[in-house]
Design a protein around this ligand. Structure first.
Ligand code: ADP
Length: 539
């Protein structure tokens, strides 16, 4: 047995140079020394100490038990001399390395089974074990008899074997674990590459709100590098107002574990410039379901905000233009309409003149309707439509409106069914504007119905008045039911469409009802008819 001092010296040398001077002295051949009837003796001589005879039969009382443990262990167990020669191997070792029978492995040097890159590491560990270091757990790459690379985890201790110092080594095959791990590392690398490619800032914040990961886009946004950013609380990069908002979000995400998306905040970069951002948070948890931090994406919305401002500006300009144009158009229409009325009613006009006058008047009225609708839209867009709110009885404005529309219903030979109770409670509203809505809905019902009936009903339901206008007309497809309430939308625009209109009536109606804290919606079936619903709160 070599002196401990000598081994320690070698180890120092190994630390210094990274290689072993006597590497060549390790013989990687099968010059196994036959052992005879001597015993193996584990170092600590407590009651579990066991002794082998030459056929590995345990001599003491627990011998059979130990033998069974060794033979059936899934972990490989080796006994090596101090140069690494294998003196004993249990069946698991045979399986790990792919030997057919146990005898094939005895006498080989363990270094022969280890990948060349890992031999130095193993020699160093053997030396440490031989001077009494315990429990060295290390990972080694090895090569099976089929030439496949395998990964092993080894734990060893010094023992007394055949009256000589030897090493007992416990080996676990961790190839599968290593593969999974390297897959995970690869996956991690992929995500890292993706995060680095992202134009959005991506950061990970720990449970105390400190930054622990940043991608390059975030570094660019802050004008700082990773080292400067790591460990800094994320709140330091927010304006005062946004800081409080963010802290609430952080607490919320920690409590609920739920994702939070697209919150607009103000970000402060290194030059103290304010950058509008959209922040999304996704809480992270460990295997025990404990909160460990938050993954955040930070989207710079400077350009978006600029476009939004420009859009608002141009929308304002458009509304102003529409308002001016409509007013300018309206001024000449009023006298034209007046003169046409005169021509039609004048006794001196002949029948042809009267006929042409009537056509012109009808078209002038259509033009006036359009101009009035445009004016209403521009008032609604600029929030300048005035509402003369008062307590009104639903029966009053409904009956008056129906009276106005009745002639055209009769003219089309449609049946009108009214079901409006006298005693409906008061609502708070602008009578003229509500009449405008009902007139538009009844007008549409007549326009889009060629035969059948038109129903108008009103009820009191849950502190609200519900008005229903139903027809047996052409109907509207499900796909278009929501769209008809948007500006200039006309549901059926085929060549055979007979009905005139601007596509503004329902938009105006919806906005008017909204300003009465009410709701308007429709249900319909193509070819069967349409039902419009209006809900207005009772005062
Ligand atoms: P318009 O002036 O075109 O009638 P509206 O905004 O009042 O404008 O209506 C928008 C579109 O909704 C209409 O062009 C029509 O296609 C559809 N619509 C409205 N009411 C009905 C109805 N009762 N039956 C069938 N289609 C309707």
């Amino acid at each position: 047995m070599r002196e401990e001092a000598e081994i320690v010296k070698e180890l120092r040398e190994l630390e210094k140079t990274g290689t072993l001077a006597d590497m060549n002295n390790y013989h990687f051949n099968n010059s196994a020394k036959e052992f005879k009837e001597e015993d193996i003796q584990f170092e600590n001589k407590n009651e579990n100490t066991c002794y082998f005879d030459k056929s590995f039969k345990f001599k003491n009382l627990n011998g059979e038990l130990y033998k069974k443990l060794v033979e059936n262990s899934l972990e490989g167990i080796l006994i090596l001399d101090l140069k690494g020669k294998i003196l004993f191997a249990n069946p698991a070792i045979t399986n790990i390395f792919g030997f057919n029978i146990n005898e094939e492995i005895i006498g080989k040097n363990i270094l022969n089974l280890i990948h060349p890159d890992y031999r130095n590491k193993l020699i160093k560990d053997q030396k440490l074990l031989s001077i009494g270091k315990k429990g060295i757990l290390n990972t080694y790459k090895a090569i099976s008899t089929k030439g496949e690379k395998i990964w092993l985890e080894g734990l060893g201790c010094k023992i007394n074997f055949l009256n000589e110092t030897a090493l007992a080594v416990f080996i676990r095959d961790i190839t599968h674990r290593q593969k999974t791990w390297s897959e995970l590392v690869k996956l991690g690398d992929k995500y890292k590459a993706l995060a680095d490619m992202s134009t959005d800032g991506i950061i990970i914040i720990d449970h105390l709100g400190r930054i622990i990961y940043t991608n390059s886009s975030f570094e660019r946004l802050c004008r700082k590098n990773k080292i400067q950013l790591n460990g800094t609380p994320f709140k330091n990069f927010l304006s005062k107002e946004s800081m409080f908002q963010y802290q609430e979000l952080f607490i919320g995400a920690r409590k609920t574990g739920k994702k939070i998306k697209d919150i607009e905040l103000e970000f402060l970069n290194n030059n103290n410039e304010i950058i509008p951002i959209e922040l999304s948070l996704s809480p992270l948890k460990n295997i025990n379901n404990e909160f460990t931090g938050i993954a955040c994406t930070i989207h710079d919305i400077t350009v978006h905000k600029k476009i939004e401002r420009e859009l608002k500006k141009s929308k304002k300009l458009k509304t102003e233009f529409m308002n001016i144009a409509a007013h300018e158009l309206k001024s000449p229409i009023t006298p034209i309409k007046g003169y046409l009325d005169l021509i039609i009613s004048d006794n001196k006009s002949n029948s042809n003149t009267k006929k042409w006058g009537k056509i012109s008047l009808r078209n002038t009225e259509r033009l006036l309707d359009l101009v009035n609708d445009i004016l209403d839209v521009s008032r609604l867009d600029s929030d300048t439509m005035s509402f003369n709110m008062e307590k009104i009885k639903p029966i009053n404005f409904l009956t008056e409106t129906i009276e106005d529309v009745e002639p055209i219903i009769k003219k089309k030979k449609l049946i009108l069914v009214k079901k409006i109770p006298n005693k409906l409670p008061y609502i708070l509203g602008d009578k003229c504007r509500l009449e405008q809505v009902i007139k538009n809905l009844l007008g549409n019902a007549v326009k889009f119905t060629d035969k059948g009936k038109i129903n108008i009903e009103a009820y009191e339901i849950n502190d609200k008045i519900l008005i229903i206008i139903e027809d047996t007309g052409i109907g509207i497809s499900n796909y278009e039911l929501d769209k008809i309430f948007t500006k200039f939308y006309q549901a059926y625009t085929g060549n055979d469409r007979k009905c005139e209109g601007t596509g503004l009536g329902l938009f105006i109606s919806k906005e008017i009802i909204k300003r009465h804290n009410g709701k308007i919606w429709a249900e319909s079936k193509i070819g069967v008819g349409t039902k419009f619903f209006i809900e207005i709160p009772i005062t």
